[in-house]
Design a protein around this ligand. Structure first.
Ligand SMILES: *[C@@H]1O[C@H](CO)[C@@H](O)[C@H](O)[C@H]1NC(C)=O
Ligand SMILES: *[C@@H]1O[C@H](CO)[C@@H](O)[C@H](O)[C@H]1NC(C)=O
Ligand SMILES: *[C@@H]1O[C@H](CO)[C@@H](O)[C@H](O)[C@H]1NC(C)=O
Ligand SMILES: *[C@@H]1O[C@H](CO)[C@@H](O)[C@H](O)[C@H]1NC(C)=O
Ligand SMILES: *[C@@H]1O[C@H](CO)[C@@H](O)[C@H](O)[C@H]1NC(C)=O
Ligand SMILES: *[C@@H]1O[C@H](CO)[C@@H](O)[C@H](O)[C@H]1NC(C)=O
Length: 442
């Protein structure tokens, strides 16, 4: 009897030990909360892996980590991301992009009409809210939050595919200037995609978290977000584990596309000088734009880039006959130096400092009081822009995280905190700032 008891005891002890040891070697639990960056032009999804302590930004079927914020409708399908963009050429009036600019906002009827005129799709007015009119087999309207939900659903599926577990919970980022209604409608978009939102965090805060600034001893953080078309500057103030937005300013008419435009103007002028005519065929203009864009990106890494495109020009001497067959192509080629690109854009680059100075004035801070500077958005890769900012502050900005993925990286860290991956970690709670100011220059 006593022997049996002690054997039972050993078995229990062995089981207990096995369980204990097993736990040490068990793979870490899969993340259950995802981080979502629903951007105006691109969106991304990320997760925090507690085992490695790293953020993984999840790619689509082809491994692309940013998906275009576009949704396209045809008679049989609703497509989101790259698939929607692929359809945009043949189906422009049913391919919706920029929906984030409309989500949760109430517009004056005239403003909405002006907005609608900018797009190839129809924006209608539903008692002050925007709706997109889709015509496939029949005509119907969809809301901006429905568009958002299709993008979020796509990202939810990307995450589920990668992690192999169902996902129902998420943290999502929004622009710091979003009001309560815009935040609510963003949450509604997530709910439509079957996601419960555990927290909404501001994009600049997320970017600061991507650099671990919620963990280190800093007080004032300046976040410069320069995207394709807009510049947003935020001054954050950290108190304990909380980030407060002390001031915001921006320029909603300054971004990467303006820098490309300057290079395009220069290149077109060179073509005119060399051949006595500017490209007027739609395909030529499109090809030239693409070559200019590629050259701009290359100049970030290389001191020179070559623009080389075949063009079908209606030469000075030949009569202009757009109805006739296209003239035979000529090869246009020009070498662009980084120095030239910088000269063409110097006045635009200088404009970046205006909202930077505004937030310092409004936040009652000297530039020496800024502890860390965080750069977000693809255009902050431009070396001249980095230099301009570091010269102004007399120190380097934080740039080690991919500026296109800084926001999603921070949101994923917040998702990790919410998911309990870091039980002892103080999370970055945001206190809404009642004295918040937003200034826009143009
Ligand atoms: C809708 O788009 C999908 C994906 O491109 C395609 O397979 C399908 O045939 C399209 N449907 C129609 C009616 O064009
Ligand atoms: C339209 O909006 C106003 C205020 O935003 C609201 O009072 C009114 O009930 C709305 N009308 C309809 C038909 O939804
Ligand atoms: C739309 O029309 C096409 C033919 O024009 C038809 O094949 C398809 O079934 C229709 N789709 C719906 C959803 O009614
Ligand atoms: C936002 O949602 C909250 C909670 O659902 C609600 O209490 C609040 O009134 C909403 N605010 C606006 C402006 O829609
Ligand atoms: C950009 O760089 C790539 C690789 O270095 C090169 O293949 C491409 O031709 C370059 N494009 C331009 C416009 O300079
Ligand atoms: C960037 O952020 C980290 C905090 O994570 C800090 O230690 C570092 O010095 C910062 N600055 C630069 C220029 O990298």
């Amino acid at each position: 009897m006593a022997g049996e008891m002690s054997m039972l005891g050993s078995v229990i002890l062995a089981l207990f030990l096995a369980g204990y040891l097993g736990q040490q070697y068990l793979p870490p639990p899969k993340p259950r909360v995802i981080g979502l960056d629903l951007g105006t032009t691109f969106c991304s999804v990320g997760v925090f892996h507690p085992g490695s302590g790293e953020v993984e930004v999840i790619g689509d079927e082809e491994g692309r980590k940013s998906i275009p914020s576009a949704v396209s409708f045809n008679a049989t399908a609703v497509l989101a991301g790259h698939e929607a963009v692929d359809l945009a050429d043949t189906n422009p009036q049913n391919t919706i992009y920029d929906a984030k600019r409309f989500i949760g906002k109430i517009f004056e009827p005239e403003v909405l009409e002006q907005e609608s005129a900018r797009y190839p799709f129809k924006v209608s007015n539903n008692n002050g809210s925007a709706e997109f009119v889709i015509t496939t087999n029949y005509t119907f309207s969809v809301s901006p939050e429905f568009i958002g939900s299709r993008l979020l659903l796509k990202m939810k599926k990307m995450a589920e595919g990668q992690l192999g577990v169902p996902i129902q919970k998420a943290v999502i980022s929004v622009p710091a200037e979003f009001d309560e209604r815009q935040r609510n409608y963003t949450v509604r978009a997530a709910n439509l995609a079957g996601l419960e939102i555990l927290r909404v965090i501001n994009e600049p805060t997320a970017a600061a978290m991507a650099y671990g600034l919620h963990k280190v001893d800093v007080f004032n953080v300046l976040v410069v977000d320069l995207g394709g078309g807009t510049l947003d500057v935020s001054l954050l103030n950290k108190q304990g584990g909380m980030f407060l937005t002390r001031a915001m300013a921006g320029n909603n008419k300054l971004g990467g596309q303006d820098f490309s435009q300057r290079l395009l103007q220069y290149t077109t002028e060179r073509i005119r000088q060399e051949f006595g005519a500017a490209p007027d065929l739609k395909e030529d203009i499109h090809r030239l734009r693409q070559a200019v864009e590629a050259a701009k990106l290359n100049l970030t890494l290389h001191p020179t880039a070559t623009i080389q495109v075949p063009l079908h020009l209606h030469m000075r001497d030949s009569p202009k006959a757009p109805e006739g067959p296209a003239p035979s192509p000529v090869l246009f080629q020009v070498l662009i130096t980084r120095k030239l690109f910088e000269e063409l854009n110097e006045d635009l680059f200088q404009k970046i400092l205006t909202p930077v100075k505004t937030v310092l004035t409004e936040g009652h801070l000297e530039k020496e009081d800024v502890d860390e500077i965080v750069l977000v958005g693809g255009s902050t890769r431009i070396p001249r822009i980095r230099r301009l900012i570091s010269e102004y502050f007399g120190k380097d900005a934080n740039t080690s995280v991919d500026p296109d993925l800084a926001v999603v990286t921070g949101v994923a860290i917040q998702a990790g905190i919410m998911g309990g991956s870091w039980p002892l970690q103080v999370s970055a709670i945001e206190i809404p700032n009642r004295h918040l100011l937003k200034t826009n220059f143009s």
